[in-house]
Ligand binder design. Structure first.
Ligand code: SAM
Length: 282
């Protein structure tokens, strides 16, 4: 497929009907998580497939959470490995087999060992988002793809369950939630929820010579709504959820980017695992 044909395929994917279906599913996230996360995972895999083939590729899902994405990536033929610091999150949608426990800010994975480094809605939960992005770039093989999405703080959903009161301040929104619900929110400002912005993420790409931006778009919007990310300020509110698709710079080996032992890692990197065909090799 030519680059133009790929772009056309991505447009056919990003229809208004798709956006409406995602939004409807989002409204029942709490009452029917299987429906919402199943749909989101299938949608994400189709979106990633618009940039890279997945069959036989090694995918590392940073902050994978429940196993919905595992099922969807494996169904697409990828060798999927999920990583999350919260073991409880691993198995909500199935088996925890092939999952790693760890943090996106210190990936226990060898340099250049994955074809696709994927992360959906995690960056805003990490206190050092640049460090996580650096780590994702490090473990991706030259020519491999990084796919990173997050909810900007100024998005209507930026405060998560405390939204839209986060517009009056994260601490205030948190206190209000506690007063009304009698318990703290799961996503606590500056503890498990941090104010990340699109401008900041784009600044990171400009300062990192190892990545090339393939795309930057509002993740759930129809294709004709993409213009919003070109408008500083407005994009923080109007994108709802931001998606960066990056290519790791360097030579592009045609072979699949299987993890190989010692790819560029020093002995100091001992303890990091290789991911060979989705298997975790110590
Ligand atoms: C909102 S959930 C997203 C789950 C899934 N990726 C999705 O899109 O539905 C955020 C996930 O980030 C994980 N997380 C929090 N801090 C993390 C960190 N430092 N490194 C990696 N994952 C982290 C949480 O355990 C949780 O599973």
């Amino acid at each position: 497929m030519t680059a133009e044909q790929e772009r056309a395929a991505r447009r056919r994917f990003a229809t208004l009907g798709r956006s409406v279906a995602l939004f409807r599913a989002f409204l029942v996230e709490q009452t029917d998580p299987d429906h919402f996360y199943g749909l989101l995972a299938d949608d994400s895999v189709r979106q990633v497939a618009g940039y890279t083939p997945l069959t036989g590729r090694t995918v590392l899902d940073v902050g994978g959470g429940p196993g919905y994405f595992a099922q969807a990536f494996r169904a697409a033929g990828a060798h999927y490995v999920g990583l999350d610091p919260d073991v409880g999150d691993f198995s909500a949608a199935g088996s925890a087999a092939g999952m790693l426990r760890g943090s996106g800010t210190a990936l226990p994975v060898r340099t250049g060992s994955v074809d696709v480094c994927f992360s959906s809605n995690v960056l805003e939960h990490v206190s050092e988002p640049h460090r996580m992005l650096d780590e994702m770039a490090r473990v991706t093989r030259p020519g491999g793809i990084l796919f990173v999405s997050f909810t900007p703080w100024l998005s209507p959903w930026g405060g998560h369950e405390t939204a839209p009161w986060h517009y009056l301040g994260g601490d205030r929104a948190r206190r209000r939630y506690e007063r009304r619900m009698g318990r703290p929110p799961k996503n606590r400002f500056r503890e498990t929820l941090f104010p990340v912005s699109i401008s900041d993420a784009l600044r990171w790409t400009r300062g990192n010579g190892e990545v090339e931006v393939l795309d930057a778009l509002p993740r759930y919007h129809p294709w004709w709504g993409r213009w919003i990310v070109r408008v500083p300020g407005a994009r923080e509110i109007g994108s709802w959820n931001f998606l960066l698709v990056l290519r790791r710079a360097g030579a592009r080996p045609d072979g699949l980017g299987q993890a190989s032992v010692g790819t560029g890692d020093s002995p100091a990197a001992a303890g990091k695992v290789g991911l060979t065909g989705g298997r975790v090799a110590m």
